[in-house]
Design a protein around this ligand. Structure first.
Ligand SMILES: [Zn+2]
Length: 235
């Protein structure tokens, strides 16, 4: 693990040192995996992000039945894939979700459900936004998500807490979503923005009838294409 001085001070600032302590004391389970928060913190620049350690994330489980260990193109194509290419060449599309859970269920509850009930190795999404507009780090950005079946390669999964089939999203989380999208767009090669249901029409209503129709205008404001046209399946 290598920390630049800037990344380290930002990390300490963001966590009061908790992450560092965790990194130093976390028992080693699987062959060395680079640590998560630094790339995300560096990428997000001045956006404040609540890192995994602050919400007491469980480390990824690489024996999870849904991902079955590390990616192997032939033997385990659904495995935990850390992108070998620079993220600026991989990430093309931001996919927006709603949690459809009680709004009090934050990243920790979502991670628990994903790992215990759905068999994922970790929380499926890369980012979580709560109704106050606070942004949480989810799955490491450099690792393929598990949020949009069959379309996770190169897509960044963002979930807004709430059920937007029955309620309307507040302005604070929508503003955070826009700032996050803008930051990722500047940092990587994001060209498209879509809702989960655009990838799986008829199979899900996610991100809900009050949020989904707002995504085309959000994409337009950001200068992004709306829809799934930027998706590139794995080679
Ligand atoms: Zn979804």
């Amino acid at each position: 693990m290598s920390l630049t001085r800037r990344a380290l001070s930002r990390l300490l600032l963001a966590t009061g040192g908790g992450v560092l302590l965790l990194l130093l004391t976390r028992p080693r389970t699987v062959a060395p995996l680079p640590t998560a928060p630094l790339t995300v913190l560096a990428a997000l620049g001045e956006m404040s992000l609540i890192p995994r350690a602050a919400w007491e994330a469980t480390p990824p489980n690489h024996n999870a039945r849904g991902e079955r260990g590390l990616y192997d193109a032939r033997r385990n194509p659904a495995g935990w894939l850390r992108y070998p290419e620079p993220l600026s060449e991989v990430l093309t599309t931001l996919v927006v979700h709603h949690s459809a859970l009680p709004v009090g269920d934050g990243p920790r509850e979502i991670q628990r459900k994903h790992m215990e009930q759905r068999g994922f190795a970790d929380i499926a999404y890369h980012f979580v936004i709560d109704p106050a507009g606070q942004l949480y780090e989810g799955r490491e950005l450099g690792v393929r998500g598990a949020h949009t079946a069959g379309h996770n390669t190169g897509t960044v999964g963002v979930v807004l807490l709430g059920n937007f089939e029955i309620e309307k999203p507040q302005s604070a989380p929508m503003e955070t979503l826009e700032r996050l999208a803008r930051t990722l767009q500047e940092q990587y090669a994001i060209t498209h923005l879509a809702g989960h249901r655009d990838f799986m029409p008829g199979e899900t209503v996610c991100p809900g009838q009050s949020l989904a129709p707002r995504l085309p205008e959000l994409a337009a404001r950001l200068g992004l294409e709306f829809g799934i046209g930027g998706y590139r399946p794995p080679p």
